[in-house]
Design a protein around this ligand. Structure first.
Ligand code: NAP
Ligand code: ZN
Ligand code: ZN
Length: 348
């Protein structure tokens, strides 16, 4: 027997999200059911419902930064019990058999591909629906444990924004002696500043303006520059070992590649709607690399949550009622977010 719950869904690429009901599956032997308490709003939710990444499978209940409390577990579940604080990020399943799944890199599953938390098709053939809702049922192997010291509202954004920054910062060895730049001080970017700072790197923010400079320095940045000022690109030429681009729109990539030191790497995290031209001179003239990274696997996401608890790293959030979701979307699009909107799902 399925359970009917409340949710906020998009039903077209142009209309607002509105209140509806959806079904959650019966708790299977390996499933964890939990009451969702908070769900973050990621810019990916907006790209998806606006159809910027392809035609959505409407109705879509977005939300892949999900935190809550376990209400039931299946008969075979060993990792969680009723009352535990848990979370779910961007995927709820994968093939479980390919090399990447075995290596804990489920986000790069080459079998079925990762099964997205929303706008995807689940193992049982039904469409997945995300966290802008009051409850969810997920296989225990795709559920994360939220450390007690992290409040659930602040834990939610870690499940996407947190891991999306943690993974490349670790992979490219951000730490003492490394100069890291973060482009864009939004949901992802502000987690990048906090995490890179906690890892001991020298952190520079490259934002469109100096409007949020005071915040950036408070969050852990050592330096802060406006990209609207062309002097920035002269001053910082050849400076960084690692540049993390979190911008949701196209940038003039040549300008930013020139800021890398020899052998430096620019990692694309932002996934804009349209392709970006890549000028080759700035790559070749410094033996520089251009790469990308997508969220993180289950083991690394757990490692990130534990790291955040240990180092007291949590996002800056604005908790909103569900009725504010459409306005929040407009504010994210206007870069007017400080620094993650989190829905109190008890208001759905
Ligand atoms: P966000 O909160 O909207 O932050 C993006 C920031 O980029 C803005 O705050 C703004 O920072 C800057 N920006 C926006 N438009 C710009 C423009 N036209 N030119 C220059 N800078 C601009 O979004 P988010 O939730 O952090 O997500 C950012 C991107 O990452 C999205 O494309 C999202 O889909 C993607 N994403 C990727 C992954 C992954 O696994 N790779 C995971 C999650 C999200 P300033 O005001 O400081 O300039
Ligand atoms: Zn996301
Ligand atoms: Zn796989």
């Amino acid at each position: 027997m399925t359970t009917t719950i409340s949710a906020y869904a998009a039903t077209s690429t142009t209309g607002p999200l509105s209140k509806t009901t959806i079904e959650r599956r019966e708790v299977g032997p390996h499933d964890v059911a939990f009451d969702i308490k908070f769900a973050g709003i990621c810019h990916s939710d907006i790209h998806t419902v606006k159809g910027e990444w392809g035609k959505p499978n409407f109705p879509v209940v977005p939300g892949h930064e999900i935190a809550g409390v376990v209400t039931a577990v299946g008969s075979e579940v060993t990792k969680y019990k009723v009352g535990d604080h848990v979370g779910v990020g961007c995927f709820v399943d994968s093939c479980r058999e390919c090399d990447n799944c075995h290596a804990g890199l489920q986000q790069y599953c080459t079998g079925t591909g990762m099964v997205g938390t929303y706008n995807a098709i689940d193992r049982d053939g039904t469409p997945t629906q995300g966290g802008y809702s009051t409850a969810i049922v997920v296989d225990e192997n795709y559920v994360l444990r939220i450390p007690d010291s992290i409040p659930l509202d602040k834990a939610a954004p870690l499940l996407c924004a947190g891991i999306t920054l943690f993974s490349p910062l670790r992979h490219w060895n951000a730490g003492p002696g490394k100069k890291v730049a973060v482009i864009g001080l939004g949901g992802l970017g502000h987690m990048g500043v906090k995490l890179a700072h906690a890892m001991g790197a020298h952190v520079t923010v490259l934002s469109q303006s100096l409007k949020k400079m005071e915040d950036g320095l408070r969050l852990g940045a050592d330096e802060y520059y406006a990209t609207a000022d062309s002097d920035t690109f002269k001053k910082l030429a050849g400076k960084f070992d690692l540049i993390i681009n979190t911008v949701s729109a196209n940038l003039d990539m040549g300008l930013y590649l020139n800021l890398l030191a020899v052998d430096g790497t620019l990692v694309e995290l932002g996934i804009p709607e349209h392709p970006m031209p890549i000028p080759v001179f700035p790559l070749a003239s410094g033996r520089r690399s251009l790469s990308g990274s997508m969220i993180g696997g289950i083991p690394e996401t757990q490692e990130m949550l534990d790291f955040c608890a240990e180092h007291d790293v949590t996002p800056e959030i604005e908790v909103i009622e569900a009725s504010y979701i459409n306005e929040a979307y407009e504010r994210v699009l206007a870069s007017d977010v400080r620094y993650r909107f989190v829905i109190d799902t008890s208001t759905i």
